[in-house]
Design a protein around this ligand. Structure first.
Ligand SMILES: Cc1cc2nc3c(=O)[nH]c(=O)nc-3n(C[C@H](O)[C@H](O)[C@H](O)COP(=O)(O)OP(=O)(O)OC[C@H]3O[C@@H](n4cnc5c(N)ncnc54)[C@H](O)[C@@H]3O)c2cc1C
Length: 425
């Protein structure tokens, strides 16, 4: 079959890779001059099956209310006169019940675990170098109540097969001695030895290069403008996509099947077809520092609970990422937020990093209210979804790519997940 994949972030690139391996003729449309140049560019780099709890959980409404209007809040909802943002906010609240949270965690753990195994296979098969570290993820707490509140989530993770162990403060410092500067403030933590970290940009651009060499046609600097359809009801089909090529010319490209992996932009591009996805952009920040004193910098990937930041060592760099603003599609930097990240990085590792000129970045997480992505079929028979991976697109990327390749090929994926438009296996 001829398949067009729309978007070359981690999700579109992994989809293209597995569709090609399944024997399809694949074209990828990407508006940027290369793969992974939007949200999959400079994220937190954690492969964190252990952190499957969605932001929508029973404690979220209280926290979000407390943070309203606070410029450096970990999660900031800025009210806009926008129907989608308000509908998304209401849907988010509905996902905060204990029952919905537990069900969402199950979905995310299943896909994340499957995805980590798939990533490991791709790594073995291709040898892509992406500053991968398999030293686990260590989540530490400086607030006793937050630590206590985390214990049921860790228990649930263990029940779901994810070995997230709650540990005392001394054990946190044994696992990552570089945390010594704040050692007296740490009250406990949890550690998942099977989690990993690695540079999502290096991986995705490396995979795109290999896929291109194998025959996938990547059309960069090419924008999708709209879908063309014919027929009605069950007979309705996408016949082609209108694109603007690098020379600025409009063209129509045809294919047998179309996979949408457009991240936060999936929602506005699908709305004209009557497909309304609940995806809203959640702007996050990262700062990347040069490591000047390797002995004092962490190598275990970290989650700093108090500041809702994740930290990953990428060779001679340290990436610190986090925070979220729900404020439309803009990607401008807010200097208060950048300064808050550097202030915290300096507290944590005062002698390890060069704080003079960090590289700041923002990206738009394609957030669904539940953080469960849309992977599967739509009401249009040859149009497929692989989008809305929110806070965990790197963690769930390879597995979602393999799953959508199976679905497009008419096979049931090997993971127990609620795929859209399909009965659960
Ligand atoms: C600060 C931050 C930290 C994060 N940390 C982690 C982490 O530690 N672990 C983790 O698992 N996840 C993390 N994430 C989430 C993860 O980065 C995302 O879920 C993931 O990158 C989404 O991938 P995607 O391919 O769906 O989207 P994208 O990477 O945005 O890809 C979509 C692509 O579609 C293209 N596109 C859009 N519109 C058009 C158009 N009209 N025509 C052509 N092309 C178009 C874009 O250019 C883009 O390349 C983090 C995110 C942020 C912001």
């Amino acid at each position: 079959m001829k398949v067009i994949v729309l978007g070359a972030g981690i999700i579109g690139t992994a989809s293209a890779w597995f569709l090609h391996k399944a024997g399809h003729q694949v074209t990828v449309i990407e508006r940027q001059p290369g793969a992974a140049q939007e949200t999959s560019f400079a994220n937190g780099c954690q492969i964190s099956v252990s952190h499957a709890e969605p932001w929508a959980n029973p404690s979220a409404p209280g926290k979000i209310l407390k943070w309203l209007g606070q410029e450096d809040a970990p999660l900031l909802y800025r009210f806009r006169p926008e129907w989608l943002q308000w509908m998304w906010g209401l849907a988010f609240l509905r996902e905060c019940t204990p029952a919905r949270t537990a069900s969402n965690i199950r979905q995310i753990v299943a896909m994340a675990e499957y995805s980590r195994q798939t990533l490991q296979q791709v790594r073995l098969e291709t040898g892509i170098e992406y500053s991968c570290l398999t030293k686990g993820i260590l989540h530490y707490y400086t607030d006793a109540k937050e630590f206590e509140d985390s214990l049921p989530a860790a228990t649930l993770m263990r029940e779901l097969g994810c070995p997230r162990d709650s540990i005392p403060a001394a054990e946190v410092l044994r696992i990552e001695p570089a945390l010594a500067p704040i050692g007296d403030k740490i009250v406990g933590g949890d550690f998942t030895a099977t989690d990993e970290s690695g540079d999502v940009y290096q991986f995705t651009s490396g995979l795109a290069k290999l896929a291109g060499q194998a025959g996938v046609d990547f059309r960069y600097s090419t924008s999708l403008t709209r879908f063309l359809t014919e027929g009605t009801g069950a007979q309705r089909k996408v016949t082609g996509v209108e694109i603007i090529d690098p020379e600025g010319r409009h063209q129509i490209l045809q294919a047998d099947a179309f996979v949408v992996a457009l991240g936060s932009f999936s929602q506005p591009l699908l709305a004209p077809l009557g497909i309304s996805l609940m995806i809203y952009p959640g702007k996050g920040y990262s700062a990347t520092y040069q490591v000047i004193n390797p002995d004092k910098a962490p190598t275990v990937s970290l989650t700093d609970d108090g500041y809702k930041l994740v930290l990953s060592r990428l060779g001679e760099r340290l990436r610190v990422a986090g925070t979220c603003e729900l404020d439309g599609y803009g990607r401008e930097l807010n200097t208060t937020r950048c300064a808050a990240i550097t202030r915290r990085a300096r507290e944590l590792f005062p002698e390890a990093l060069n704080f003079d000129n960090p590289t700041y970045w923002t990206g738009l997480r394609p957030l669904t209210p539940s953080n469960v992505p849309y992977v599967g079929k739509t009401v249009i028979s040859n149009l497929f979804l692989n989008t809305g991976h929110g806070t965990l697109g790197w963690t769930m990327g390879c597995g979602s790519g393999l799953a959508i390749a199976d679905i497009v090929s008419g096979r049931q994926p090997q993971v127990d997940f609620a795929f859209t438009g399909m009965a659960k296996k």
